[in-house]
Write a protein that binds this ligand. Sequence first.
Ligand code: MG
Length: 397
Amino acid sequence: MTVAELKPVTIRSVQLYPVALPLVERLGTSFGNEPFKAAILLRLETVEGVTGWGETSAEINPGYSAETMGTSLHVLQEFLVPRVLGKCVRSATEIPPLLAQVRGHPLAKHGLEAAVWDALARQNGLPLAQLFARYLPAGHEPRDRALVGVSIGIQPTVAETLGIIEKRLAEGYGRIKLKIKPGWDLELARGVRATLPDITLMLDANSAYTLRDAEHLRQLDDFNLLMVEQPLAWDDIYEHSKLQPQMRSDICLDESIHSANDARLALELGACRIINLKPARVSGYTESLAIYRFCMENQVPLWIGGLLETGVGRAANLAFASLPGVTLPSDISATSRYYDPDISEPAFELESGSRIRVPRGPGIGVEVQPDRLQEAMQRWRERYPYRVPALQGTPLS
Ligand code: MG
């Protein structure tokens, strides 16, 4: 079935459900520490009777991204959703042009586009990964499992970090990522390598350094790292192009890459050698496919990052991560690492070889549990009402 042969959907309604879910463990990064994961779940209904789900994984504070739960609710409700209502689409790649007059807001746009991808996959009886593969050359059929790793936040001591790493290794994770910041980097890497010289290890700085730290960062080369993620400013490519030639370790860009054009610029300038693709950060799977094709054509290692998505966003990212051009382990851990329970079923479980099975059913392959959704919306309303007084989402019918 080619894209032109897909059955279209007509978008009848989109409902927004802001939720807050307690995290099993807080994820300390160089920019903060929240006990709850907030998100907006989008339920899109079609005239044909199919329902698609998407997730806008904005945060409460503008930490990772400039967007927040408040901006996302506002922009979705006032500007994005009205642009797609009533539209008949055969391909979710028709959505970005409809939203192009709204500048920015990639996380919000991603949630809406993701709901359309899910609806179209369900309408055509295809698992989402199979639908993605329709947009790629032959030979890019999805695998039934995605290779994954685990991310560990900043801990009080090296000993505590080692304890968590050993627990994750015992669970079966084959790639360990540690968050670092100034004052918590060399000592950490040295301590971990002294005990675990052979594990697949990478570090993520979340923009905690400047180019003046180049000499310091070069010392990370001693620790046989898979990569060093986003050492410099969140909006920078140029200074990374000055840092990468000074380091043997491969730099991976995350926050700085918002489009296929950014990926091309970063690679041409030599700012990095690896790309972390967060579909939400690049405004959706249409742009994600463009980045995938760019990386495939230029042999750039690629992996899928995470924003602590609930099962809705995680399932779609897992489908994308199962495509063979995603060549490095992705940040998509088992559900139990984040939520107990998640908002959807079934939960994702880690299998041997540090892999997670991609759901086989149509669309994202997981189902939102109405009782848990209600509870998570209630938690949002109780905990965060003052942040968006006029926007509490629409009732669950
Ligand atoms: Mg990162």
